[in-house]
Structure formats: C-alpha cells, structure tokens
Design a binder for this molecule. Structure first.
Ligand code: MN
Length: 224
C-alpha cells in the first residue's frame, strides 16, 4: 500500500506543467469567421472546413504597421500603441496556443500602462530603442524592473501586473510581445477599477483606496 502511495506521489510530481492553451488534436483548426459561425465557440473557435483552408489562412500582414489607436486615451500623456494578432484578428492561430503583438512606443514617456493577461505569459523582444519594463509578483508585491536595450528579452509571468515605458527623450521604441494563448485577454488595471461599465460602487473604491467620493469621481473622469 505504502509502495503504491509513493509511486502515485512520484507520478504526480512528474506531471508536466500545463501553462498554455490545450494542445490541438489535429494539424490545424483555422477559425471559422463566416457570419454566424463565429458565435459558436467551444473553448475557442469552430474550425473552417479543411477543404477551404489555404496558405492565406496562415498569413497575417497585420503587424506591418503600428496600431492606429493608443492602448487607452490619456490626456496629454504619450501612450504606446498595441497591434495584436490573436485568434480574433488572425484566425489561423486557433487552437495553436499563441498570439503576438507589435507595440510602438513614442519617445519621452510612451507608456503601455499596467495590465495583466489572465491566460498567458508574455515574452517581450525589444527590436529598437530602449525600454523600462517591470512586473509585480504576488509575494509581498515585489517589483521586478529592468531597462532593456535593442535585442533584449524580458518575460512577464502569466497573470502578473506589468508595464513598459520609453523614457528616452528623443528615440521611439519598438517591441514584439509573444503570448502563449490564442486569446490572452488584457485587463488594464486603471480601466478595470475606474473605467468599469457600469462603474464600481463608490464605497468600494473609497474603502479600497482610502479616498473620498470626489477623488473617486476625478479618477473615473481621468480614464474616460
Ligand atoms: Mn502585456
């Protein structure tokens, strides 16, 4: 009996970590984007009929250009633009457990504000410029921060709040973020708290942050 328990413990210890999307059960499953079919999902998207799939389904030219809109509006504050190729914009990624983003940072404070990806770890490759990046762990809210040069990588573990900012006065920065989910999800912390629709109860924010309703209202205004 004891031997069985020991074997079971060893087997449990040897189980590989499954930190990405489910493995595909076929070569590919290009997401079906035909009107109506996209509404049907099974922890992902339904597959386009295999006999209709072409090489074009595995190609995306989306990241040739920066995203046109900033990650979020901010009065007078330079913001990075995030152009994301996920299953929604690149159907060939369906079931493959990956997405990728191009992030363009204007000089002098271009910011990708603190956010989390609930379903993915992100590895960032800095193509051009310099970038100050960091994430906060769940252990004592420790900040892990670094400044990257072109060619450097930094990894943001799944679910942890992270940010990137270009503090160079004159040069823009360009980064590529790869995520191990076809639909990583992004929750920007300031928007989750102050841009929620409908708004969080005032008393929740007052109590959580130790501020009064006028300050809550000002913060809600600032993110809209
Ligand atoms: Mn991110």
């Amino acid at each position: 009996m004891m031997g069985v328990a020991v074997v079971l413990c060893v087997v449990a210890t040897l189980q590989p970590a499954t930190a990405a999307d489910e493995d595909p059960l076929q070569d590919f499953c290009v997401a079906n984007t035909v009107a109506g079919s996209a509404a049907v999902t099974l922890n992902g998207r339904t597959c386009k009929p295999a006999n209709e799939v072409t090489a074009q389904d595995f190609l995306s030219t989306r990241l040739r250009q920066p995203a046109t809109a900033p990650a979020a509006a901010a009065a007078g504050a330079p913001r990075a633009t995030v152009n994301l190729a996920s299953v929604d914009t690149f159907p060939g990624l369906n079931t493959l457990g990956l997405s990728i983003a191009r992030i363009d940072f204007p000089a002098n404070g271009g910011l990708n504000p603190p956010h989390v990806h609930p379903r993915a770890t992100e590895v960032l490759f800095l193509v051009q410029g310099t970038l100050t990046v960091g994430f906060v762990s769940t252990t004592n809210n420790t900040l892990f921060q670094s400044t990257l040069s072109a060619g450097d990588l930094f990894v943001f573990p799944r679910g942890l709040p992270h940010f990137q900012i270009n503090l160079d006065k004159h040069k823009p920065a360009l980064a590529i973020g790869a995520l191990n989910s076809q639909n990583a999800g992004t929750s920007q912390l300031a928007l989750a708290l102050f841009g929620a629709n409908p708004p969080l109860p005032g008393v929740v924010l007052q109590n959580a942050l130790g501020i009064d309703q006028a300050e809550v209202d000002a913060l809600i205004q600032s993110v809209h």
